[in-house]
Design a protein around this ligand. Structure first.
Ligand SMILES: [Zn+2]
Length: 106
């Protein structure tokens, strides 16, 4: 009996996530934002923090303002804490998540 070698699929990252914007069926639309990952403790979800300064007209000074946005983190992107990422709006994936990480910037 001749031995037949099985052809193995060569993929660097396995991605079976149906909510992945690249390999899955999740459609993205709406606004695109950039931010830094402030927390990666959840499973396939990260918190993206955006910091900016708002001018206080009365005091002629600037005050730091931050917003924290929960975003879905597909296993093929796998953003870690401190990474600069770009997120895009999608349909609601859970009670709080309505954004998905589309690429790492750093
Ligand atoms: Zn993927």
């Amino acid at each position: 009996m001749a031995k037949v070698k099985k052809r193995e699929k060569k993929r660097t990252v396995e991605c079976n996530d149906k909510n992945c914007p690249i390999h899955g069926t999740l459609a993205t639309r709406g606004i695109v934002l950039e931010g830094v990952v402030a927390s990666d403790k959840m499973d396939k979800t990260v918190i993206v923090q955006r910091s900016r300064y708002v001018k206080l007209k009365k005091y002629e000074r600037y005050r730091p303002v931050k917003s924290r946005i929960p975003a879905h983190n597909p296993p093929c992107i796998n953003a870690k804490m401190g990474d600069k990422v770009r997120i895009m709006e999608c349909r609601k994936l859970s009670k709080t998540v309505s954004f998905v990480v589309i690429e790492k910037l750093s």
